[in-house]
Design a protein around this ligand. Structure first.
Ligand SMILES: Cc1cc2nc3c(=O)[nH]c(=O)nc-3n(C[C@H](O)[C@H](O)[C@H](O)COP(=O)(O)OP(=O)(O)OC[C@H]3O[C@@H](n4cnc5c(N)ncnc54)[C@H](O)[C@@H]3O)c2cc1C
Length: 410
């Protein structure tokens, strides 16, 4: 390939999702020159998760940005409930969490990413390139020394002391690095669709479970963003049965919004999100580090993937800003990020897989009415216990705090 243009920076990050944007923000704030590449032209995409968890909100607070963040339209979810066969069970209560943030912020992810981009662009060392796709790595003597990006102006070579792969579950970077993830397996996929919302509708996130159905509705103001969970590969069968049969199932799942199933005119209104759970055995090689879903694709169970991606980004900045300030980080510096983050990832994935395999998959296959799991009955009887699932989901294992400095005014 002819590469007419070459630029250089200290760190080039592939992917402007939660991991890439937070990492770019923090490194630029610490005075390290960073380019973040995002292959799309904006952040406005439907298939992103919409949850900003207490651990991430705490980090936003540590940056002094929580007040401004809360001015962006969002809902604050203080408890979560599941409706099983028509009966509501309160499952988690965030009001008793330690710290400032006692809620999950439900905010379209593009608003969160735009907020980060807006705040980061005042840093002289932050550079965001939209419509720039990381296509290949540049390696010399076993060291990654940069990457090739495909941009609107053609191919661009970016030389850097460190390449960070934050390009999600289908990461090009990890593939080009020769990394192959261990597939942990997911028996489910998600169909993503919209239903109209009325002013009189309830406000919260609604998870509804009954025999053969698992449906989640997220309030996005004038519409409901809906996730219809199906067995892996189940969308083909649904399509074979035709749109009318699907609308009937949807109406059954959608409860109070049943009469709006006609809003789905054809399968073009339904996107298939393939669920993957995997993990790289090795997140780094000389000159390269993978973080977020690129290092460990998360299941949607618990909606914790964004939080983990953000925690990886915070740990990366905490551990690498100093080595970067001194020069090129060595492999041991990069491995320290994996050493810090691998345990929370493993624990979280183990819980997600257990819920997928023991609760969700059997519920989807069941033809008889479901009984609530014992743990939900226990949480119903002892409300104080609801802080435990709230902590597990909202804060999680080994939450990170920002230790990388603000050197923008230095
Ligand atoms: C169906 C489903 C629903 C989910 N719902 C939730 C939820 O509600 N809450 C939650 O916390 N988590 C949820 N998750 C998990 C969550 O989406 C991920 O864990 C999280 O987005 C990971 O963040 P990331 O920054 O690592 O990767 P991503 O969010 O995937 O971001 C990667 C970015 O890189 C860009 N990119 C990709 N390739 C390239 C390239 N070659 N060059 C440049 N840019 C590139 C992409 O466009 C994207 O912007 C869900 C997952 C699934 C599958």
């Amino acid at each position: 390939m002819d590469i007419p243009k070459t630029i250089s920076t200290r760190v080039v990050i592939a992917g402007g999702g939660p991991a890439g944007m937070v990492c770019g923000f923090l490194l630029a704030r610490a005075g390290i020159d960073v380019i973040v590449l995002e292959k799309h032209k904006d952040f406005f995409r439907d298939f992103r998760g919409d949850t900003v968890h207490p651990a991430t909100l705490t980090a936003i607070h540590e940056l002094g940005l929580l007040e401004e963040f809360r001015k962006i339209p969002h809902q604050e979810l203080q408890d979560v409930a599941a409706e099983i066969e028509g009966v509501e069970y309160k499952a988690g209560d965030f009001r008793h969490l330690p710290g400032l943030a006692k809620f999950i912020a439900l905010m379209p992810q593009w608003d969160f990413l735009n907020f980060l981009a807006e705040k980061a662009k005042v840093f002289p060392h932050f550079h965001l390139m939209m419509e720039a796709k990381a296509a290949d790595l540049i390696e010399a003597d076993g060291n990654v020394t940069g990457l090739i990006a495909e941009t609107q102006d053609g191919a661009l070579r970016i030389d850097a002391d460190l390449v960070i792969g934050a390009d999600g579950r289908h990461s090009t970077i990890r593939e080009k690095a020769g990394f192959s993830p261990k597939d942990i397996g997911a028996p489910i996929d998600v169909l993503w669709l919209r239903l109209p919302r009325k002013q009189s509708d309830p406000e919260a996130v609604l998870g509804r479970v009954s025999a053969g159905l698992l449906f989640v509705m997220i309030d996005r103001g004038d519409y409901w963003q809906c996730a219809f969970v199906v067995p892996k590969g189940g969308f083909d069968k649904i399509k074979q049965n035709g749109i009318e049969a699907f609308r009937k199932r949807l109406a059954k799942a959608a409860g109070f919004a049943a009469n709006r199933a006609d809003a789905i005119e054809s399968f073009d209104d339904v996107s298939l999100l393939t669920v993957t759970v995997d993990r790289l055995p090795q997140w780094a090689k000389p000159g390269l580090l993978c973080i977020g879903d690129s290092a460990h694709a998360m299941s949607p169970v618990g909606g914790v993937g964004i939080n983990l991606a953000v925690q990886d980004a915070i740990a990366t900045a905490n551990l690498l800003w100093q080595p970067l300030a001194n020069g090129k980080p060595v492999l041991a510096d990069l491995n320290a990020v994996q050493a810090r983050r691998e345990f929370p990832v493993k624990v979280t994935q183990a819980v997600q897989v257990a819920i997928q395999n023991r609760i969700i998959a059997p519920a989807l296959e069941s033809a008889v009415p479901l009984k609530p799991p014992f743990v939900l009955k226990l949480l119903a009887a002892f409300p104080i216990l609801r802080v435990i699932p709230a902590y597990a989901v909202g804060v999680g294992v080994r939450p990170e705090h920002i230790h990388s400095p603000d050197r923008t005014s230095a």
